[in-house]
Design a protein around this ligand. Structure first.
Ligand code: GDP
Ligand code: FE
Ligand code: FE
Ligand code: FE
Length: 196
Protein backbone atom coordinates (compact mmCIF):
# COMPACT_ATOMS: atom_id res chain seq x y z
CA UNK A 1 0.00 0.00 0.00
CA UNK A 2 1.48 3.35 -1.00
CA UNK A 3 -0.32 6.17 0.73
CA UNK A 4 -1.20 9.24 -1.21
CA UNK A 5 0.37 11.79 1.13
CA UNK A 6 -2.96 12.57 2.80
CA UNK A 7 -2.50 11.57 6.43
CA UNK A 8 1.14 10.53 6.76
CA UNK A 9 4.12 11.96 4.93
CA UNK A 10 5.53 8.72 3.59
CA UNK A 11 4.63 5.21 2.54
CA UNK A 12 3.16 2.45 4.70
CA UNK A 13 6.65 0.92 4.72
CA UNK A 14 8.06 4.21 6.07
CA UNK A 15 5.45 4.16 8.82
CA UNK A 16 6.23 0.51 9.63
CA UNK A 17 9.92 1.43 9.94
CA UNK A 18 9.05 4.10 12.53
CA UNK A 19 6.80 1.69 14.42
CA UNK A 20 9.45 -1.02 14.47
CA UNK A 21 11.72 1.41 16.32
CA UNK A 22 9.09 1.92 19.03
CA UNK A 23 7.61 -1.53 19.49
CA UNK A 24 8.82 -5.01 20.43
CA UNK A 25 8.15 -7.86 18.01
CA UNK A 26 4.88 -9.02 19.55
CA UNK A 27 3.45 -5.50 19.79
CA UNK A 28 4.58 -4.79 16.21
CA UNK A 29 2.72 -7.89 15.02
CA UNK A 30 -0.33 -6.85 17.08
CA UNK A 31 -0.62 -3.43 15.43
CA UNK A 32 -0.43 -5.01 11.97
CA UNK A 33 -3.24 -7.39 12.95
CA UNK A 34 -5.30 -4.47 14.24
CA UNK A 35 -4.72 -2.69 10.91
CA UNK A 36 -5.85 -5.75 8.93
CA UNK A 37 -8.89 -6.27 11.16
CA UNK A 38 -9.87 -2.62 10.78
CA UNK A 39 -9.47 -2.88 6.98
CA UNK A 40 -11.60 -6.03 6.97
CA UNK A 41 -14.57 -4.01 8.30
CA UNK A 42 -13.81 -0.55 6.90
CA UNK A 43 -16.02 -0.75 3.81
CA UNK A 44 -18.87 -2.35 5.77
CA UNK A 45 -18.99 0.69 8.08
CA UNK A 46 -18.11 3.40 5.57
CA UNK A 47 -14.67 4.13 7.01
CA UNK A 48 -11.89 5.55 4.84
CA UNK A 49 -9.39 2.73 4.27
CA UNK A 50 -6.27 4.87 4.55
CA UNK A 51 -7.40 6.28 7.88
CA UNK A 52 -8.27 2.76 9.09
CA UNK A 53 -4.80 1.54 8.09
CA UNK A 54 -2.88 4.39 9.71
CA UNK A 55 -4.97 4.48 12.89
CA UNK A 56 -4.68 0.70 13.27
CA UNK A 57 -0.92 0.82 12.84
CA UNK A 58 -0.25 3.76 15.16
CA UNK A 59 -2.82 3.08 17.92
CA UNK A 60 -0.22 1.57 20.30
CA UNK A 61 2.70 3.74 19.07
CA UNK A 62 3.39 5.02 22.61
CA UNK A 63 2.69 1.80 24.53
CA UNK A 64 6.36 1.11 25.36
CA UNK A 65 7.40 4.61 26.30
CA UNK A 66 8.68 5.18 29.85
CA UNK A 67 6.31 6.81 32.34
CA UNK A 68 8.54 9.91 32.40
CA UNK A 69 7.75 10.60 28.73
CA UNK A 70 4.02 10.63 29.46
CA UNK A 71 4.35 12.78 32.58
CA UNK A 72 6.42 15.30 30.61
CA UNK A 73 3.89 15.29 27.75
CA UNK A 74 0.97 15.85 30.15
CA UNK A 75 2.74 19.05 31.24
CA UNK A 76 4.05 20.09 27.81
CA UNK A 77 0.68 19.69 26.06
CA UNK A 78 -1.26 21.09 29.05
CA UNK A 79 -3.46 18.02 29.33
CA UNK A 80 -5.75 17.49 32.35
CA UNK A 81 -3.34 17.26 35.34
CA UNK A 82 -5.47 14.44 36.84
CA UNK A 83 -4.03 12.24 34.09
CA UNK A 84 -0.83 12.12 36.15
CA UNK A 85 -2.66 9.89 38.64
CA UNK A 86 -3.19 7.16 36.02
CA UNK A 87 -0.72 4.93 34.23
CA UNK A 88 0.43 3.45 30.95
CA UNK A 89 -2.90 1.72 30.24
CA UNK A 90 -4.63 5.11 30.01
CA UNK A 91 -1.68 7.24 28.89
CA UNK A 92 -0.64 5.33 25.78
CA UNK A 93 -3.85 6.34 24.00
CA UNK A 94 -4.83 9.68 25.51
CA UNK A 95 -1.30 11.06 25.76
CA UNK A 96 0.07 8.88 22.98
CA UNK A 97 -2.10 10.77 20.48
CA UNK A 98 -0.09 13.94 21.22
CA UNK A 99 3.22 12.10 20.73
CA UNK A 100 1.97 10.68 17.43
CA UNK A 101 0.98 14.14 16.23
CA UNK A 102 4.36 15.61 17.11
CA UNK A 103 6.66 12.72 16.24
CA UNK A 104 4.91 11.25 13.19
CA UNK A 105 3.46 14.52 11.89
CA UNK A 106 -0.06 13.10 11.75
CA UNK A 107 -2.57 15.96 12.03
CA UNK A 108 -5.83 14.29 11.03
CA UNK A 109 -8.15 14.64 14.02
CA UNK A 110 -10.18 11.55 13.15
CA UNK A 111 -7.05 9.41 13.33
CA UNK A 112 -5.79 11.13 16.49
CA UNK A 113 -9.18 10.75 18.22
CA UNK A 114 -9.33 7.08 17.26
CA UNK A 115 -5.98 6.60 19.04
CA UNK A 116 -7.05 8.77 21.98
CA UNK A 117 -10.18 6.71 22.59
CA UNK A 118 -8.97 3.23 21.68
CA UNK A 119 -8.61 2.01 25.29
CA UNK A 120 -11.39 3.79 27.20
CA UNK A 121 -13.82 4.58 24.42
CA UNK A 122 -15.63 7.90 24.55
CA UNK A 123 -19.24 8.99 24.59
CA UNK A 124 -18.80 10.38 21.10
CA UNK A 125 -16.84 8.18 18.74
CA UNK A 126 -16.71 8.47 14.98
CA UNK A 127 -17.12 5.28 12.96
CA UNK A 128 -13.30 5.25 12.62
CA UNK A 129 -12.84 5.46 16.40
CA UNK A 130 -15.43 2.72 16.94
CA UNK A 131 -13.70 0.56 14.34
CA UNK A 132 -10.25 0.88 15.96
CA UNK A 133 -11.69 0.33 19.46
CA UNK A 134 -13.23 -2.91 18.16
CA UNK A 135 -10.33 -4.06 15.95
CA UNK A 136 -8.00 -3.85 18.96
CA UNK A 137 -10.45 -6.03 20.92
CA UNK A 138 -11.11 -8.73 18.32
CA UNK A 139 -7.88 -8.97 16.28
CA UNK A 140 -7.16 -12.63 15.46
CA UNK A 141 -4.72 -13.27 18.34
CA UNK A 142 -7.21 -12.15 20.99
CA UNK A 143 -8.50 -15.12 22.95
CA UNK A 144 -10.80 -14.53 25.91
CA UNK A 145 -14.33 -15.43 26.94
CA UNK A 146 -16.64 -13.40 24.77
CA UNK A 147 -14.29 -12.59 21.89
CA UNK A 148 -16.24 -14.81 19.50
CA UNK A 149 -19.48 -13.07 20.44
CA UNK A 150 -17.81 -9.71 19.85
CA UNK A 151 -16.64 -10.89 16.39
CA UNK A 152 -20.16 -12.01 15.54
CA UNK A 153 -21.62 -8.65 16.55
CA UNK A 154 -18.98 -6.89 14.42
CA UNK A 155 -20.28 -8.50 11.24
CA UNK A 156 -23.45 -6.44 11.23
CA UNK A 157 -23.81 -4.09 14.19
CA UNK A 158 -20.91 -1.81 15.10
CA UNK A 159 -22.87 -0.02 17.82
CA UNK A 160 -23.79 -3.31 19.52
CA UNK A 161 -20.18 -4.46 19.29
CA UNK A 162 -18.93 -1.25 20.95
CA UNK A 163 -21.56 -1.64 23.67
CA UNK A 164 -20.49 -5.26 24.21
CA UNK A 165 -16.82 -4.40 24.66
CA UNK A 166 -17.62 -1.44 26.90
CA UNK A 167 -19.81 -3.51 29.20
CA UNK A 168 -17.39 -6.43 29.39
CA UNK A 169 -14.31 -4.28 29.98
CA UNK A 170 -16.00 -2.39 32.81
CA UNK A 171 -17.21 -5.65 34.36
CA UNK A 172 -13.67 -7.06 34.14
CA UNK A 173 -12.13 -3.98 35.77
CA UNK A 174 -14.62 -4.10 38.63
CA UNK A 175 -14.29 -7.88 39.12
CA UNK A 176 -10.52 -7.38 39.39
CA UNK A 177 -10.71 -4.38 41.80
CA UNK A 178 -9.03 -2.18 39.16
CA UNK A 179 -9.46 1.59 39.17
CA UNK A 180 -11.91 2.77 36.53
CA UNK A 181 -10.94 5.87 34.56
CA UNK A 182 -13.92 8.30 34.62
CA UNK A 183 -14.09 8.41 30.81
CA UNK A 184 -14.59 4.64 30.81
CA UNK A 185 -17.73 5.15 32.90
CA UNK A 186 -18.90 7.93 30.56
CA UNK A 187 -18.46 5.50 27.69
CA UNK A 188 -20.52 2.90 29.52
CA UNK A 189 -23.34 5.36 30.22
CA UNK A 190 -23.41 6.55 26.62
CA UNK A 191 -23.30 3.16 24.92
CA UNK A 192 -24.74 0.44 27.15
CA UNK A 193 -27.96 1.31 29.03
CA UNK A 194 -31.07 0.72 26.95
CA UNK A 195 -29.28 -1.44 24.38
CA UNK A 196 -31.46 -4.51 24.92
P1 GDP B 1 -3.61 -2.97 24.21
O1 GDP B 1 -2.89 -1.66 24.32
O2 GDP B 1 -3.64 -3.49 22.82
O3 GDP B 1 -3.06 -4.00 25.17
O4 GDP B 1 -5.14 -2.76 24.63
P2 GDP B 1 -5.92 -1.48 25.23
O5 GDP B 1 -5.22 -0.23 24.92
O6 GDP B 1 -7.33 -1.60 24.75
O7 GDP B 1 -5.98 -1.75 26.79
C1 GDP B 1 -4.92 -1.60 27.67
C2 GDP B 1 -5.37 -2.01 29.06
O8 GDP B 1 -6.15 -0.98 29.65
C3 GDP B 1 -6.25 -3.26 29.11
O9 GDP B 1 -5.69 -4.16 30.06
C4 GDP B 1 -7.59 -2.75 29.59
O10 GDP B 1 -8.31 -3.69 30.35
C5 GDP B 1 -7.18 -1.57 30.42
N1 GDP B 1 -8.23 -0.56 30.67
C6 GDP B 1 -9.26 -0.18 29.87
N2 GDP B 1 -10.04 0.75 30.48
C7 GDP B 1 -9.48 0.97 31.69
C8 GDP B 1 -9.84 1.78 32.83
O11 GDP B 1 -10.82 2.52 32.84
N3 GDP B 1 -9.03 1.70 33.93
C9 GDP B 1 -7.93 0.90 33.99
N4 GDP B 1 -7.23 0.87 35.10
N5 GDP B 1 -7.57 0.13 32.94
C10 GDP B 1 -8.33 0.14 31.83
FE1 FE C 1 -3.67 0.06 23.39
FE1 FE D 1 -8.67 -2.03 23.36
FE1 FE E 1 -3.68 -2.47 20.92
Amino acid sequence: VVYSTRYFDGSREDLLTKLRQQLNDSRFEHVKRVEQTALQYADRYGVDRERASIAGLVHDYAKQRPDADFLKAISDYKLDPDLKNWGNAIWHGVVGAELIATELGITDQLILDAVRFHTTGNRYMTPLAQLIYMADYIEPARDFDGVQQARTLMTNNLHAAVAFQTKHTLAYLIADNKPVYPKTIDTYNAWVPGQD
